[in-house]
Design a protein around this ligand. Structure first.
Ligand SMILES: Cc1ncc(COP(=O)(O)O)c(C=O)c1O
Length: 431
């Protein structure tokens, strides 16, 4: 810990020839965070933004229904997002966050009484279950011990027994730092002819997400994590099968704004399966935020310029380096070793050290913000994001350094620099 130190201050002499003023002694404590105006965001989202994305938001306002915005910004953004989602289907963007996409998806395809099988492996599986509850689904939870593997054979048997209309999965459980085998769950959904609803809030653009190849009908996410765009946009890709399901509904969906069928009717041109005559102006079921769309446009351009394989590898190497650093400090990862996420590292805090105290110390003394665990893991785990631009040595190494300093301040013993050294080696090994 940086202890207060006694330093001497000698005021400058006023003019030559006069006796110099007396030297004064004062006590000072260094706060390494104070010279920065904000903490660096190493929480699992929202995350740091590339400078061109920030710059895209400091523009004068434009009109959301103006042709120039529609043709110049909105359309190219949604088309580019298809590449990021790895889909030929439509990607809709709407104001909101990840939860907006989850709710819009659920309320559009599920009618009261429809059977839904919800894989519940953490806090965000519970969120999906609660949303299904609200839309009146006859849901069954497939519980998975937090941080543990998903028993695919048992899931397949449960799907066969229930024959649900939809199966839901959280690809990357942000609460536990685990990545689940979405391709396998997609195969199970297909085998029972169920829709496959996938939450990719903390994976899209950081971990390989193959919407079409995995048979994802609704791929639901938010802007503020690995897409490295500002918080405030909700994104959802909708398969033709999901639109057909909406068309077969007995009753209209209970939301006017977030009924995705209305988006198809108002937003998508006839040539792409929608109802808007080609060349005609489309309508917006909800007013689209122009600044956020402009920022998303730049964020997606940067992603595609980097290249998806390169980006996934960058996240994989950074996640692995973070984990090597963590374990070199004598700490243990929370999840099963086969499920470790490349975008969220969830680690157990040493016995006797409160995760909240680590977070406060890192933020207030060293200027880096990480997160505690959620819900029942709040008092035993910490979570660190490596998302977008923070999946890099530029962010991983200082975070490990601050984590080590904070833990040492709180009484944890480990070899100085062990975490940073191990992570550096991981980056070096990756070439
Ligand atoms: C996996 C997952 N699903 C859903 C959400 C909810 O997203 P939002 O906070 O953007 O509404 C989060 C947020 O962290 C998440 O990590």
């Amino acid at each position: 810990m940086s202890e207060p130190a006694r330093i001497s201050i000698r005021p400058p002499s006023v003019c030559a020839g006069l006796k110099a003023p007396a030297t004064k002694e004062i006590w000072v404590t260094i706060n390494w965070a104070k010279c920065h105006t904000r903490p660096v965001l190493m929480i699992p989202g929202p995350t740091e933004l590339p400078y061109p994305v920030i710059h895209a938001m400091s523009q004068p306002p434009t009109i959301q229904y103006d042709k120039s915005f529609d043709e110049g910004v909105l359309e190219p953004t949604t088309l580019a997002l298809r590449e990021v989602f790895q889909t030929k289907s439509e990607v809709l963007i709407m104001p909101g966050s990840g939860r907006t996409a989850l709710e819009a998806g659920a309320l559009s395809v599920i009618e009261p009484g429809d059977r839904v099988l919800v894989v519940g492996a953490g806090q965000f599986g519970i969120l999906m279950r609660e949303i299904m509850n609200r839309v009146g689904a006859d849901w069954t939870e497939f519980p998975v011990e937090w941080g543990a593997r998903l028993d695919l054979d048992r899931l397949a048997r449960e799907a066969e027994r229930l024959r649900p209309k939809a199966i839901t999965l959280v690809h990357n459980e942000t609460s536990t730092g685990t990545t689940y085998p979405a391709a396998d769950v997609g195969r199970i959904a297909k085998s029972v002819d169920a829709l496959f609803l996938l939450d990719t809030v903390s994976s899209i653009a950081g971990i390989d997400v193959r919407t079409d190849e995995w048979g994802v009908d609704l791929n639901m996410t938010g802007s503020q994590k690995c897409l490295a765009a500002p918080l405030g946009m909700s994104l959802i890709s909708v398969s033709p099968r999901a639109f057909e399901t909406m068309e077969r509904r007995k009753r209209k969906a209970g939301s006017y704004v977030y009924d995705l069928l209305r988006w198809k009717e108002w937003w998508i041109p006839v040539s792409r399966g929608g109802n808007v005559p080609d060349g005609a102006a489309r309508r917006q079921p909800v007013s689209i935020p122009t600044h956020l769309t402009g920022a998303m446009n730049v964020a997606v351009r940067l992603i595609l310029e980097e290249g998806l394989p390169e980006r996934f590898r960058r996240h994989a190497v950074s996640g692995a380096a973070m984990r090597r650093g963590i374990t070199a400090m004598g700490l243990e990862m929370f999840p099963d070793a086969s499920l470790l996420s490349n975008t969220v590292s969830c680690l157990k805090t040493p016995t006797g050290i409160d995760p909240a105290a680590v977070v406060t110390r890192m933020r207030e003394q060293y200027g880096i913000l990480i997160g505690t665990g959620l819900d029942k893991m709040r008092t035993s785990t910490l979570r660190i994001g490596t998302m977008g631009i923070t999946a890099s040595p530029l962010y991983v190494l200082p975070t490990l350094s601050a984590l080590e300093l904070a833990l040492r301040d709180l009484g944890h013993k480990c070899e100085p620099g062990a975490g940073v050294a191990a992570a550096q080696a991981a980056f070096a090994d990756a070439g």
